[in-house]
Design a binder for this molecule. Structure first.
Ligand SMILES: *Cc1c(COP(=O)(O)O)cnc(C)c1O
Length: 368
């Protein structure tokens, strides 16, 4: 008996390290490891430690609170808070030596006041919207904003950043136009030297070398996946597995309705195995009658609806499955593999969401 759930997420931390080194080599410039969303489900601190061991010294989080957690866990290096900060945040930002990202004058002024109080000079990165239509200043707002920053004591421009909306698609025009807008926006500012610019995410690093600038920001590739699904060329290693165990195996005659709604009826005498994992654990209900799990190194199809914390799989064709056998919902068992791209394709989403849902709803274990 264990005090933990039967369901486990296993993270291969050496695979994280190898993915980091591979992307660092391809990028040819420093790689910021994006560890937001609890490290894309892999555990923010564990993932950051694995990347740091592989040589990473730049980290990206969404919110201030995540940066503080990383510092408390002993992560050194630069930690960028990419969603920006509120006017109340500067004391915490500076106390934890986090790298501020800016897109408003009010935030800049609040940071300036606090930096002056402490007698320090803080480098800031300004976010530019070059076509993502999300956070950031439009390129034509940049020159007056940068001028205004110059009049704020205690802060100085350290970098400019932007983000592509379709970096996963090598043909996307928005990458070309976004890069052109970014380069134009940076040109005058860069002429003064010493400014870091960064725009490329995993997809841009892999598909569009011209976007690499002074550094890049990678998320999904470090966790082992190509942004657009199954990738060409660069070998990446998925680091996350999801493992459960069979609770019970039962025999049914043909014609029996299975699980809520009886959306599946046995078409032959069948043996079905019940697993203690369901949509509350991040195994999406959209996988009802579609998902496949691995048992004895073979694929067992999900039958009927996935419940809140159970699902039912067909083991009629797999010899000898019994209660307690290990079932793999994501990852490898023998020669068979279920990856996050497969689950994403079956549920109309992306690997990113599959990793977050499974990873952030189950207990994680790290293996070297
Ligand atoms: C999440 C994120 C990235 C990383 O994107 P991937 O496609 O996972 O490589 C890069 N930049 C910003 C601003 C992000 O929020």
């Amino acid at each position: 008996m264990s005090e933990h759930s039967v369901n486990r997420i296993v993270i291969d931390s050496s695979a994280l390290g190898r993915n980091y080194r591979r992307m660092r080599e391809i990028a040819g410039v420093p790689v910021m490891a994006m560890v937001k969303a609890d490290g894309y489900g892999h555990g923010m601190v564990g993932a950051a430690r694995a990347f740091a061991r592989a040589g990473c010294s730049l980290f990206g989080v969404a919110e201030l609170v995540e940066g503080i957690q990383l510092r408390r866990a002993g992560i050194d290096g630069d930690i960028y808070v990419t969603l920006g900060f509120t006017e109340q945040d500067p004391p915490l930002l500076l106390q934890h030596a986090l790298t501020p990202v800016l897109y408003s004058y009010e935030a800049a002024a609040a940071l300036s006041r606090h930096a002056v109080d402490l007698g320090v000079k803080v480098g800031v990165h300004v976010k530019v919207d070059t076509g993502m239509s999300r956070l950031g200043l439009f390129p034509d707002e940049l020159p007056p904003f940068i001028d205004a920053l110059k009049n704020l004591p205690g802060i100085e421009l350290a970098g400019l950043m932007s983000h592509f909306p379709e970096a996963d698609n090598p043909q996307a025009n928005s990458t070309v136009t976004g890069l052109a807008r970014f380069t134009r926006a940076c040109a005058d500012i860069l002429a003064n030297g010493g400014i870091i610019c960064h725009i490329a995410s995993s997809g841009a690093v892999l598909n569009t070398p011209a976007t690499r600038c002074s550094q890049v920001r990678c998320g999904i590739a470090l966790y082992g996946y190509h942004p657009a699904g199954r990738g060409e060329g660069v070998p990446l290693e998925p680091a996350m597995s999801c493992v459960s165990r069979v609770l019970q195996v039962k025999a049914f005659p043909a014609g029996v309705g299975i699980s809520y709604g009886h959306t599946y009826r046995t078409t032959r005498p069948s043996r079905l195995a019940v697993l203690p994992i369901g949509y509350e654990d991040g195994y999406s209900r959209a996988l009802s009658n579609r998902g496949e799990v691995l048992l004895h190194g073979r694929r067992a199809p999900v039958r009927g609806r996935i419940c809140m914390n159970m699902c039912i799989v067909d083991v009629t064709d797999i010899e000898g499955v019994k209660a307690g056998d290990e079932a793999v919902l994501l990852g490898r068992q023998g020669e068979a593999v279920v990856d996050a791209d497969e689950l994403a394709a079956k549920t109309g989403t992306v690997s990113y969401e599959i990793l977050c849902m499974l990873g952030n709803n189950n207990k994680r274990e790290y293996r070297d």
